[in-house]
Each structure stands twice: as structure tokens, then as C-alpha cells.
Design a protein around this ligand. Structure first.
Ligand code: HEM
Length: 420
């Protein structure tokens, strides 16, 4: 990349990327179309990486980065590629009185948020959760019917991360059904509820979370709401608006992403029975050896967050394309995670022993996913519990994908699970 922000060399279209992009209008349009993920996106993404690694999207004026090295470099340079002007294409031109999430902030505001919320995600907090998560995973797997078709999305992938986040936040068991409805309302496009209904549910959720935070300030428990409600770093604390923003973000960021990593991962195993056998091999009461590398390969393979956006703060040259200040730039994680330049000739192979595996499913740089350790614990616990019980996972009908451009969603995945 002939850029002042990254170090990799020029692409195959060096000197002609802008021209190549003009020729690739249809391709870029397809890649940024809502239905794109419903089919097989990978041939188009491979073409994009090879022929137009910095590609112009005429409809929005955004430029798409599809190479791993470019996505990483831009993610690590928030001074040039900022988040404060929106992180989704639908936010181009939007302005906010206060940032809707910490993902929409840049240093120094972002650095302050990370400092304040980091304690809630400290390794010791995560370790303390691990036993409860493992117990939840085992109970969910034990409840699955064996030898008959089951939709692993509805039965496993939807409830599990939600239960984990409600445990994390300290939501009482009785409140769980409301919590489920609220979290669905918080995810754009998750339901076909009218906007007034989702707005009403979101309002209810914020009221509930703030009331719980106020109660925990007076009487702290061992949970994340208490930690965040009482956190103090160098005399600094989160005010109620920030607290509500952050708690809602935890729901959205930690729920649908983990759901789709899990359901997409199970689809991958059903389509690659040799990899399921490999995961199970070596089990003799001990966890399978490939579990940790399998979790990262599932993350790379599924890439639940397809892209996030940045906006240039100054003129910058990426490969041979000069982008003026104020240009929206799409960091295409899904394309980057299949880049042969990073993952070699097996980039298109689901290989649960892959190492190294520097995927960008959790992003990179200062906004690197705050919940990455939690998501890894959840996926590990679930794969372990499934591998302990089931010798085979087979497709039992077509997989339905959601029409989102941002979240690589699986709506329905019928499978037959056969006991060992
Ligand atoms: C497989 C599951 C997950 C995936 C694929 C994922 C993906 C991502 C990505 C790509 C980012 C980077 C945002 C950016 O660069 O603009 C991010 C940030 C974030 N994630 Fe996750 N995430 C997952 C699970 C979770 C969980 C379980 C939580 C918490 C409960 C969480 C909380 C967050 C937060 C708070 C941020 C913002 C960090 C910041 O702006 O500094 N995520 N995530």
C-alpha cells in the first residue's frame, strides 16, 4: 500500500486503482448491497481484493478497503481514520448531540471511556465468569434433542449469549424475557416491529438499566452494572447518560455478534465434518486440543461484523488512491479475513488448526473489541460442550441468512446432532 499510513507494497493495479475502481462499479455496488451476504459473497470479495483493493462506491461516496494490511493499518490510525463521524454507511452525514456508543468516539474521549470501562472486562472478571458460562453452555447442550432436526439458531445461538450478558450485568432471572425483547429492539433490523414499538422498548430498557444502576450504587453487587455504576479512575466517573449508552451498547455489541459466530460456526462444522472429527479427536475427558485455534478460525470464517466505517480527517494516500479529508472509508473485515496475502493459499479453507491466525473479526487498534475475551470464553465453552456430547453435526435443511450488510447473520440453521 503506497500510503503514508501503512507499509505494505503497491497492489497489482498499482498506478491504476482509481481507473480499476471506475471499471468495478457493479462489483462494489453488489458488495455493499443489503442482500449481498444472502448468496456466496467470497468470489466477489476476492475480485475486489485483487482488482480494486481501494474501491469507490458511487452511491455513498465511500471507499472500500478489502485487503487485510490496509484494514489493519487504517484501524490503527484513528488520527487519520476517525470514528466520530459514524461507523456505518447509513450514518454518513449524521450528527449526534452525544456519541451513541463508545465506538463513535476518538481519542481523547475514547481513551477516557476505555479507561473507565476496562475494569469491568479485566481478565480477573472474565475468569470469574468462566465457570458460570461453562455451566450455562453444558445445560443448553444437554437440553438439545439428539437424532432429530433442531434449529441451532433458535435453540442455542440466540438464548446463550443473551443469558451470558444478563448474568454479566446481573439481571435477575425473572426479568430475562423482557431483557430479550429489549435487546431485540436495540438491534436495527432484528425484528419487523414498528419504530414506535422499538422506541418504546428502548425507553423502557434505559429506564430499567438506570434504575438498576442507581440501586447498585447504593448497594453494589458482584456484577458489571455495579462495577460501571461505581467506577472511578483518577476522580473521573461515568454519568447516567454515559452509563445508559454503555449498558445498551453491551447488549447490542455482545449479543448478535456472538450469536452469529456460534450459528455460523456450527454451519461451518456441519459443512466440514472432517473438522468436527478433528475437534473431537483427543477427547478423553480433557478438552480437545484444537479448541482455542478452532474458536479463532470460527471467528475468522464467520466474521460476524462484516464492516465498520471510518472517515478521513486529512488527505491521505492509500495504495495509489488519494482520499481527501472527510472521505468515508469502509473497513471490510469479511474481505480482509479471506486475504491470501495474510492467510496464504488456504485462506478459503476452514482449518480449525490454523496458526497464526491474525483475523480482524474483533477489529484492530484502539477500538479492538472490548468483549473479545468474553466472546472467546463463550465460543470455547459451547464448542467444548457440543463436542463432548455429539459425534456428528449434519445439515437438515437450508440455512437462512439475514439480509443485513453489517451483521453476517444466520436466521435459521436446521441440523441433526448425533450423540457419541
Ligand atoms: C463474536 C463476538 C464479537 C465480535 C465479532 C465483535 C466485533 C467487534 C468489532 C469488529 C469491534 C471493533 C469496532 C471498531 O473498530 O469500530 C468491536 C468493538 C466492541 N465490542 Fe465487540 N464483538 C463481539 C463480542 C462482544 C462482546 C461479547 C462484547 C461485550 C459484552 C462486545 C463489546 C464491544 C465493545 C464495547 C466495543 C467497542 C470498543 C471500543 O470502541 O473501544 N463485543 N467488537
Amino acid at each position: 500500500m503506497a500510503s503514508d499510513t501503512t507499509t505494505s507494497g503497491p497492489g497489482p493495479q498499482a498506478g491504476g486503482t482509481r481507473g480499476a475502481s471506475a471499471q468495478h462499479d457493479d462489483l462494489v455496488h453488489r458488495v455493499l448491497d443489503d442482500g449481498f451476504l444472502a448468496g456466496d459473497p467470497f468470489p466477489d470479495l476476492a475480485r475486489l481484493r485483487a482488482e480494486a483493493p481501494v474501491a469507490h462506491h458511487a452511491a455513498t461516496g465511500a471507499w472500500v478497503l478489502s485487503r487485510h494490511a490496509d484494514v489493519v493499518a487504517a484501524s490503527r490510525d484513528p488520527a487519520t481514520f476517525c470514528s466520530g463521524k459514524g461507523i456505518l454507511l447509513m450514518e454518513i452525514g449524521a450528527s449526534y448531540d452525544s456519541p451513541p456508543t463508545m465506538m463513535h468516539t476518538d481519542p481523547p474521549a475514547h481513551t477516557r471511556y476505555r479507561k473507565l470501562v476496562q475494569p469491568a472486562f479485566a481478565p480477573s472478571v472474565m475468569r470469574a465468569l468462566e465457570d458460570a458460562i461453562t455451566a450455562r453452555a453444558r445445560a443448553a447442550v444437554a437440553a438439545l434433542p439428539a437424532g432429530e432436526p433442531v434449529d441451532v439458531v433458535a435453540e442455542l445461538a440466540v438464548p446463550f449469549p443473551l443469558r451470558v450478558i444478563s448474568d454479566l450485568l446481573g439481571i435477575p432471572e425473572d426479568d430475562w424475557p423482557r431483557f430479550y425483547e429489549w435487546s431485540e429492539a436495540a438491534i436495527p433490523g432484528a425484528t419487523d416491529w414498528p419504530p414506535e414499538r422499538t422506541a418504546e422498548l428502548m425507553g423502557e430498557m434505559v429506564t430499567y438499566l438506570l434504575a438498576t444502576a442507581a440501586a447498585r450504587r447504593a448497594d453494589p453487587h458482584d456484577d458489571v452494572i455495579s462495577l460501571l455504576a461505581t467506577v472511578e479512575v483518577d476522580g473521573d466517573t461515568l454519568d447516567d447518560t454515559e452509563l445508559a449508552m454503555f449498558l445498551v451498547q453491551l447488549l447490542v455489541a455482545g449479543n448478535e455478534t456472538t450469536r452469529n459466530a456460534l450459528s455460523g460456526g456450527l454451519v461451518a462444522f456441519a459443512e466440514h465434518p472432517d473438522q468436527w472429527a478433528r475437534l473431537r479427536s483427543g477427547r478423553a475427558g480433557a478438552p480437545p486440543a484444537a479448541l482455542d485455534t478452532a474458536v479463532d478460525e470460527v471467528l475468522r470464517w464467520t466474521t460476524p461484523v462484516v464492516y465498520f466505517m471510518r472517515t478521513t480527517t486529512r488527505e491521505v494516500t492509500v495504495r495509489d488512491v488519494t482520499l481527501p479529508a472527510g472521505t468515508p472509508v469502509v473497513l471490510h473485515y469479511l474481505a480482509a479475513n479471506r486475504d491470501e496475502a495474510e492467510f496464504g493459499p488456504t485462506a478459503d479453507r476452514f482449518d480449525i488448526g490454523r496458526t497464526p491466525n491474525h483475523h480482524v473479526a474483533f477489529g484492530s487498534g484502539p477500538h479492538f473489541c472490548l468483549g473479545a475475551a468474553l466472546a472467546r470464553i463463550e465460543l470455547r465453552a459451547m464448542l467444548d460442550a457440543l463436542a463432548a456430547r455429539f459425534a456428528a453435526i449434519e445439515p437438515a435443511g437450508p440455512v437462512e441468512r439475514s439480509m443485513s450488510l453489517v451483521i453476517a447473520g444466520v436466521r435459521r440453521a436446521p441440523m441433526v446432532l448425533t450423540e457419541a
